[in-house]
Design a protein around this ligand. Structure first.
Ligand code: NAD
Length: 435
């Protein structure tokens, strides 16, 4: 099939490349010429494991092209909308201007019978509003929320754990589902479950899923707060409750909490939309989920002050990790970057390293000191903070980096290290939610 993918960021670039490797003819469109230039050369404009290889494979087939001109979407029969839906400045609500602009700019290039497929995460009610515009030109609309995880985006796109199609009522909706079945034929043949539903349910599925995940993380972080008060160990608590299948151990790692371009803004947009609908009480708990999450960052800075004898002014602090999670270069709403910035604002001499996130972090906070290697980051440090659990940081040899630091003090913001190993090597080890 001929497809267009509008918006080639973390979601769209991966979607476009994956669809081309599945055999579709794909044009990826973005308003950012730098992204399109890089993608047209077969280069990934951000770090995502497996994407460079996938792009090379897809470009070699000749089935994948990129453009900044929305007119190049003409001729495709399915148009995926993958643009950003960030948080509005100073408000909880989602900023829909990119979704609205992309759909409006697409309208003159649509043919009757085309299908526009929203993949961006949007407030409930958006699809119905946009469907009216799309139907005016004889095309139709489906909402097909995306659940990919950065770091696993290629795998998650090629072999998702489920498809959700939000479609119009009646024959138009049946046709839309058939078209999406053709697009995703390979994964469906492999048995991927598919749920065909109405627009509102599809939109809510996505924010409900992210709200659940955020709640699970904040739940264990709330337990970490209690562990800190009582001398209990949150990692053992998580292991113990996680053995109950109804609870499960995944997403139950206490630490600095969640961040990134999705969970924080999605739960806030959900609260804002629920408020507009007069249903704010239903998701009032998300305010607490967000607050618990924010408190972990404050606690980390407090802990840094504590282990530095009550003041971090002028103290040399080596920070390992700035991205919101490992295997990504994304620093949007990153807890790690937030903590590093707070430490610097409070007068610490902060030196930051990260395997992939330095360029993005520098773009946001040019005044922090960034270095390429762990060795440079920890040299002469009064304390070392592990803030993103990259594998290379989990695998550090405490005796080796112990030779470089001024004081063997480590704060493990992700509960990613083995305290015994570090203490045995002469380190003072502290972590969130652990004695
Ligand atoms: N990143 C993820 O892990 C992930 C996972 C699931 C869902 N989502 C959702 O997918 C959407 C996109 O997220 P992202 O992380 O890819 O964002 P992103 O910021 O990386 O990418 C968005 C892209 O859209 C482009 N764009 C903006 N307006 C445009 C227009 N009018 N026409 C064409 N392109 C335009 C931007 O230039 C940018 O490249 C969001 O709604 C997000 O919540 C993201």
């Amino acid at each position: 099939m001929r497809l267009s993918v509008i918006g080639c960021g973390y979601l769209g670039a991966v979607h476009a490349a994956c669809m081309a490797t599945l055999g579709h003819d794909v044009v990826g469109i973005d308003v950012d010429p730098r992204k399109i230039d890089a993608l047209s050369r077969g280069e990934a404009p951000f770090f995502e494991p497996g994407l460079p290889e996938l792009l090379a494979e897809a470009m070699a087939t000749g089935r994948l092209t990129f453009s900044t001109d929305i007119a190049d979407a003409a001729g495709a029969s399915v148009h995926f909308v993958c643009v950003g839906t960030p948080q509005k400045d100073g408000e909880y609500a989602a900023d829909l201007r990119y979704v609205d602009a992309s759909v409006t700019s697409l309208l003159p290039h649509l043919s009757a019978e085309d299908l526009v497929v929203g993949k961006s995460t949007v407030p409930v009610g958006t699809a119905a509003r946009l469907a009216a515009l799309v139907e005016e030109v004889g095309a139709s609309l489906a909402w097909n929320p995306e659940f990919l995880r950065e770091g696993y985006a290629v795998k998650d796109t090629l072999t998702p754990d489920r498809f959700v199609y939000g479609v119009a009522p009646g024959d138009a909706g049946k046709r839309a589902a058939d078209v999406l079945d053709t697009v995703y034929a390979r994964a469906l043949a492999d048995g991927t479950p598919r749920i065909v539903t109405d627009y509102a349910t599809a939109e809510l599925v996505k924010v409900a899923a992210n709200s659940f995940l955020a709640t699970k993380i904040s739940f264990i972080n709330a337990m970490a707060e209690l562990c800190e008060e009582t001398g209990a160990d949150v990692t053992q608590l998580a292991d113990a409750i996680g053995h109950d299948e109804r609870i499960g151990r995944r997403f139950l790692n206490a630490g600095l909490g969640f961040g990134g371009g999705c969970l924080p803004k999605d739960i806030r947009a959900f609260m804002a939309r629920a408020g507009e609908l007069g249903a704010d009480q239903a998701v009032a708990f998300l305010k607490e989920v967000d607050a618990i999450n924010g408190r972990r960052r404050v606690r980390m800075v407090d802990l840094a002050r504590e282990v530095n004898g009550g003041s971090i002014k002028g103290r040399r602090i080596g920070v390992l990790g700035v991205t919101f999670k490992p295997n990504s270069d994304d620093v949007r709403d990153s807890p790690a970057l937030d903590v590093a910035v707070q430490l610097a604002l409070q007068g610490a001499d902060v030196v930051v390293t990260d395997p992939e996130g330095i360029a993005n972090a520098r773009g946001r906070y040019p005044d922090l000191t960034y270095v390429e290697t762990v060795e440079e980051a920890v040299r002469d440090a009064d304390s070392v903070l592990l803030l993103t659990e990259w594998k290379e940081y989990r695998d550090l040899v405490p005796s080796a980096i112990g030779e470089l630091v001024a004081h063997r003090t480590i704060l493990d913001g992700r509960n990613a290290l083995d305290p015994t190993v570090w203490r045995d090597a002469g380190w003072s080890y502290r972590a969130l939610g652990r004695p």
